[in-house]
Ligand binder design. Structure first.
Ligand code: FES
Length: 131
């Protein structure tokens, strides 16, 4: 089973979904992993009902951080902003499906950190929440 998740991570890393940028995004945020300097930008288009209709990300990073961003984009497309606000560290770990050690935790959580920063418009997340 672990092998399937690993293959999915490698596939998302090699062929990231929704990589690029959107025209006139409603939400946009950028941040980095302070440990390595890798960075990520996430953009969203949201309709009047608060449903996410467009997603994009770009940046550079390791397999875990880029696969996490790519998978997260697929997960949140067509979801409501309210639903996405409830995403936690555990949801990301479930999505990745493999054991993430302490050294890689910031890589895995970078996409969620940037996403929440974009949605809230501020850096409201406590760092500890994602460690
Ligand atoms: Fe930089 Fe993972 S090593 S994000």
């Amino acid at each position: 089973m672990d092998q399937l998740y690993r293959e999915a991570i490698i596939d998302h890393y090699r062929h990231p979904r929704h990589y690029g940028c959107l025209e006139a995004p409603d939400y946009k945020a950028h941040d980095l992993n302070p440990f390595c300097g890798d960075e990520l930008t996430i953009e969203l288009k949201v309709d009047d009902e608060g449903i996410i209709r467009g997603v994009a990300f770009d940046g550079k990073g390791c397999a875990i951080s880029l696969a996490s961003a790519s998978m997260l984009m697929e997960e949140i497309l067509h979801e409501s902003l309210d639903e996405v606000k409830t995403w936690t560290r555990e949801d990301i770990l479930d999505m990745l499906g493999i054991e993430i050690g302490p050294v890689r935790m910031k890589c895995a959580m970078l996409s969620l950190k940037v996403l929440k920063k974009g949605i809230y418009g501020l850096d409201q997340l406590e760092e500890e929440e994602l460690d």
